[in-house]
Design a protein around this ligand. Sequence first.
Ligand code: AMP
Ligand code: FE
Ligand code: FE
Ligand code: ZN
Length: 280
Amino acid sequence: MDSLSVAYPIDLHTHSLCSDGTLSPADLIRRAAGRGVRVLSLSDHDTLAGVAEAVAAGAELGIRVIPASELNTESEWGDAHVLGYFIDPADVALEERLRWLRENRERRIELMVERLNQLGYGVSLERVLEIAQGGALGRPHLAEALLEKGYVRAYEEAFDTILAKDSPAYVARIGLTPREAVELVRMHGGVPSLAHPGTVVGLEALLPKLVAAGLAGIEAYCGDHSLEMTERCLALARTHGLVPTGGSDFHGRGEHGVDLGAIFVPPETIEMLESRRAHA
Ligand code: AMP
Ligand code: FE
Ligand code: FE
Ligand code: ZN
């Protein structure tokens, strides 16, 4: 049998309890193994805290774990999230920057709880912290708190209503611009890829700026994408010399309806990403 022709599930975008996912890193890896995944990137928001546990579980179950973090940004470019691959959990200077981002997340969620209370939604910070179990805080934890109190009928509804960007409860984050996120990943030896490009406002205008800053990939294979959007991303990858990356963006709540390893990612993607490591 020609081993080159054997494809297997690869998932380069996943979240665990260390940020806003629902499974521990080890449980995430066990679920991935059950679905035949062979290469998985744990890409929790603004943290690398789950990497060691995921790597250990992966070593037992035959899954290669690529360390990563997804950096959300704040700018006029909409939801521009940067996935940084091959960054090092032992990098002290990087961890200091990530901690700053997580502290900003905490303050933002505290402010949002205050606003929710003022608006009459009885959710407590204590309960939100319990739900998060020490993970990097985000709106998903607020959405769960609102759901269990019956303020919304479904988890995703919270993002379209009470927690939406135009809601009085919404507080913008203090954080990096997309360019700063790309630069941070490069500065620490990582390989940056633009996550779910469909949520960026002004993608064609932003991309050359990020490429100049060191962007190496674009998430072409993504559950939110229509066939047309994937084609558009693949064309942008060719134009700008970017590696098309992909993943499920699995958090564990059934959002996007995509399970681990369910998004096709070509096997050569890993080698292509690795070849961009020393590029900076
Ligand atoms: P935040 O970082 O606090 O602004 O929250 C963004 C996170 O919320 C994303 O990483 C997703 O996990 C989640 N999220 C945002 N919008 C939605 C949505 N419409 N449905 C489900 N999850 C969402
Ligand atoms: Fe998330
Ligand atoms: Fe994201
Ligand atoms: Zn994500």
